[in-house]
Design a protein around this ligand. Sequence first.
Ligand code: PLP
Length: 409
Amino acid sequence: MLAEGADLGGDMAKIDPGKYGVNTLAVRAGQQRTEQGENSEPLFLTSSFVFKDAAQAAARFADEEPGNIYSRFTNPTVRIFEERLAAMEGTERCIATSSGMSAILSTCLGLLKAGDHVVSSRSIFGTTVNLFNNVLSRFGIETSFVPIDDYAAWDAAVTNKTRLLFLETPSNPLTEIADIQRLADIAHQRGCLLVVDNCFCTPALQQPFQFGADIVIHSATKYLDGQGRCIGGGVLGSEELLGEGIFGILKNGGPSMSPFNAWVFLKGLETLSLRMQAHSRNAAELAGWLRAQRGIERVYYPGLAGHPQHELAKRQQKDFGGIVSFVVAGGKKTAWRLIDHTELFSITANLGDSKSTITHPATTTHFRLTDEEQRQAGISPGLVRLSAGHEDISDLKNDLRSALLIALN
Ligand SMILES: *Cc1c(COP(=O)(O)O)cnc(C)c1O
């Protein structure tokens, strides 16, 4: 069922996404005013929709007439969010979901069956690893993990059962960059689809469809909201890929986005580009500054000229993003002391907030890995990850400087 929204009665036509740039789309795409003439998008906080008569109800259920039935399927506020994000990523369709994880789950349930195989970058969000290894495996879907930038390993891991190649770029927490075009070519030569989790860059900085990706995943919880308020996500791609299987999971499985959350995310999208520029600016400043400090052994940030994929990042991204990781001398003890002695940084594993956050990957986001797995993945005991927020850069530096002084003594 492809339930298009009912005409809201207003006189405003939706804009044509093909005509405009991403910043215009971020504030305008998908909006259709009601007869009230509101300027800001309306919040339709309703679970169901009424029909003018029994015949109309029957026509809607039979998919003979477009329009809303029930907010598990469609809701006008959620639809504005979906159309806006799809326009910004440059694709036909978005299906909004209750979280980033349910976006990945819905994609797998919608496109895979028992016996199918997934090849994934090993540098992905920890819960996604758990979903592949501990949940989907129980339903007969197996996953192989490969180093993100070892293209021969990606190709070698594909079997005749492989349906999806899955990655995040830049990776978390080491900000490794994969060449999306190259992986799309491998996927398509082998009859597979390329799925890119674009959480770290957002369409403001990177549009994976331009490089051949088939599906883009979002955790709206992070930068799309940008102020740490709501959980949500989305799956994006062509009508053909999303329309049947994945939308069917939404209708029948119910991981739908709440209209309230969609409204919050819509307001987030309006400022997304500005915020991503500001996050990137503060992160670049912190990365450069950290590199010059005593007691810092290594800094990971794609914007640094010494980053192994700096040139690729410049080609593939508009800016380098808000995440910086670094290794302090003295291992876990120093890392914990540094974290504990910051005043402005929130100690939380979340990211993409206007508040700067700080975390110790080895004992939080990556604690489930064995010592050997951590070593392989580059998660050393002294590694600290920052998500740069919008505080004054001088305050962030001063805070890190005094925390570092205490931690090293
Ligand atoms: C947080 C995150 C997710 C999961 O999103 P939720 O909204 O927390 O379910 C998926 N991928 C990446 C890269 C993330 O950072």
